[in-house]
Write a protein that binds this ligand. Structure first.
Ligand SMILES: [Zn+2]
Length: 145
């Protein structure tokens, strides 16, 4: 059996479909098996979103942070596509051109998510005057020991 999330070998973690009564075979989907508690938890979060979304008629929701990061990609996408030429249809892109567009979008998305993380960090102890973000930043060498 494969883990439903990561496709590694499943190791005894499962999930019951709480929408159905005990003894109903639909309560125990055979494919909902996992390799670890981490993958089981990830599935539980997805299942909760999916179940709640069905009630409200919404699909899985994208957070405002992710939505903002997607919007931040528009400029990078435009720049990469402009470099290739806006007249060229997407279907005519070479592999290298398509990869250049994907790289521009993925890079900008990652940067936007990191920027949000950096901006939303707060010190773990209240009242610290100068919280340390990277304790090894003042080392001359990147191999301190
Ligand atoms: Zn897994």
């Amino acid at each position: 059996m494969k883990c439903w999330i990561c496709k590694r070998q499943a190791r005894g973690y499962g999930f019951t479909d709480g929408r159905y009564e005990a003894a109903d075979p639909r309560r125990y989907p055979m494919d909902w098996v996992f390799c670890s508690r981490r993958c089981q938890d990830a599935f539980a979060a997805m299942y909760g979103n999916w179940r709640d979304g069905r009630k409200g008629g919404l699909a899985m929701s994208v957070s405002d942070i992710e939505q903002g990061a997607r919007r931040a990609c528009l400029k990078a996408f435009g720049a990469a596509a402009g470099h290739i030429g806006f007249d060229k249809p997407l279907g005519a892109y070479s592999e290298a051109e398509a990869l250049a567009v994907i790289d521009a979008i993925v890079t900008r998305y990652s940067e936007a998510m990191v920027e949000h993380h950096e901006a939303s960090k707060y010190p773990p102890v209240r009242g610290l005057e100068n919280p340390v973000s990277d304790p090894l930043a003042d080392f001359d060498d990147d191999i301190p020991f």
